[in-house]
Write a protein that binds this ligand. Structure first.
Ligand code: E4P
Length: 217
């Protein structure tokens, strides 16, 4: 499973990338707003840090506007992945962009039928939003499972990018189902390493080691 980080915070991206954890980055207008940065500047910096697809989202809602914005965003770097919303105009833009070799992430997916349309439009990635469905008492993970089944039934190459991840269990469950990618907020990505028995075990080993009076090297 590939790991993307879901943030526009450059220092977080630098730190996680240095750990060798990142295969890509997803941003959206809300994350750019939170960063307080100019979209062009911050996206260019991110593209230079991580060697993988960097999703940058269009904000126009009509096809022509999306294509104009995609042309601007795609000039930032070769690893830009244009993010379009799951609307008919977004799907039309997806088809046009992917036909010209541009990577596209179709975002705001909340149903299996929407994911089917995105695959037919040639999307590179489909982003089902798990957490936002869970917030409405609808099982977001069920959607990932449905999309996996449909894409496998028809050998669609569109990658399932599990998004709106809120917990470490979301990551595990998405991996068990076979999502191709999880885009994870930095804090959740860091929490994946934590286990109380690891901390307890390490503490005990270090205490015993101190009793030996030895040092290595
Ligand atoms: C994915 O590309 C989205 O940016 C993101 O996962 C949305 O997450 P949220 O529902 O926590 O805002």
């Amino acid at each position: 499973m590939k790991f993307f980080v879901d943030t526009a915070d450059v220092s977080e991206i630098q730190e996680l990338n240095a750990l060798g954890l990142l295969d890509g980055v997803t941003t959206n207008p809300s994350l750019v707003m939170k960063s307080g940065r100019d979209i062009m500047e911050v996206t260019k910096e991110i593209c230079a840090i991580v060697d993988g697809p960097i999703s940058a989202e269009v904000t126009a809602t009509d096809f022509d506007g999306m294509m104009t914005e995609a042309a601007v965003l795609s000039k930032i770097a070769d690893n830009i992945c244009i993010k379009v919303p799951l609307t008919f105009d977004g799907l039309k833009a997806c088809k046009a962009l992917t036909s010209s070799g541009q990577q596209v992430n179709v975002t705001l997916c909340f149903s299996a039928n929407q994911a089917l349309l995105a695959a037919k439009a040639g999307a590179t990635f489909i982003s089902p939003f798990i957490g936002r469905l869970d917030d409405m008492a609808i099982d977001g993970m069920e959607l990932i499972a449905e999309i996996r089944k449909i894409y496998d039934n028809y050998d669609f190459e569109t990658e399932i990018l599990a998004a709106s991840i809120r917990t470490v269990n979301h990551v595990k469950e998405a991996a068990l189902i076979g999502a191709d990618v999880a885009t994870v907020p930095p804090a959740t990505l860091r929490a994946l390493v934590k286990h109380p028995l690891t901390d307890k075990g390490l503490e005990a080993f270090l205490a015993d080691w101190a009793k030996t009076g030895q040092s290595i090297g």
